[in-house]
Design a binder for this molecule. Sequence first.
Ligand SMILES: [Zn+2]
Length: 381
Amino acid sequence: MNAIELTKSLISCPSITPENAGVLDILQEELSNNGFDCKRYKFAEEGTADVDNLFAKYGNDEPHFCFGGHTDVVPVGEQNAWLSNPFEPSEKDGKLYGRGASDMKSAIAAFVCAVVDFTKNNKFKGSVSLLITNDEEGPAINGTKKVLEEIYKNGEKINSCVVGEPTCPSKLGEMIKIGRRGSLMAKFDVFGKQGHVAYPQWTLNPINPLTKIINDIISLKLDEGSDDFPPSNIEIVKISASDGATNVVPHSASSQLNIRYNVSHTAVSLKNKLNDIVKEHTEDTNYQINTEYYETAEPFLTKKGKFTDIIKKSVNEITGLDAEFSTTGGTSDARFFKDYCEVAEFGLIGETAHQVNENVNIEDINKLEDIYKNILINYFK
Ligand SMILES: [Zn+2]
């Protein structure tokens, strides 16, 4: 199967996260017919849906190069706004439409065809694998993270990984992602004593310490940023107080914030900073404060060097473009690979990802296959 046909058959499976709807069977058949050793990993955890994953490998030597990706897609959204059925791939004006076209079934098809072609036509020392999950768009609990834990338990070791997420803003070859910012959310609830505004001596207004806390937090200058990352940023996203009339001091007040941060911090170092501020304004007072944190991702940065140069060169040889190394955008499964091996992300144009009428340029699918093949050739040189 060529990459375009394979993309179409993947789009035809309505694999809305976490349902795989047969999509992994198509890949497994294609890969095992071409000499890849395929293993399925099904994981379950209380409170989450069961998820199926595929790990396919060719060869046993080092170095071990892995392509990472996901076959699950987000829901279709406004079904009537689609020009055609999102799970019936359709072509129009050089574009291929369907849910997952950009994020990221075309890239999966491109790297499957690239590894099959590469392993068939090249003598090389090393091994090539694909780690494909059906749980990236969902909670990402039973996907890549657990597959990596499991294969490492069985003695596997990956040296380098390219995740095929759509990374290019408007032209194939513009951007390679070599890291991502971290994300931390915090919620503060301050409790005081409700009462009449005319008798403040009998009340304890929780808004007073909360506004001081917020003020200190937004005055924090976390860092100046670096060549690879913008300055870390804190945004207060919510401030509220318990209901009352205009002459009532409220019982409680709360606030939420989100920090997008670079590699000069960790979730722990940021929490310590925030906890110190909270302590300063509530210690030795009669206020009660409840603080909650949610970490969604730690930041990472892959060192620029041989590996990133190979990707850049391989992109340039096919597209003629000088790709920019970037750390912009939301999180991806690269956050799990980074704990095991060097990782970068390169894929198609992401402009229509998750949108109605998601699409990609058809010719970009073939070019992407050539780029992935080129990466393997240059990597194993
Ligand atoms: Zn994706």
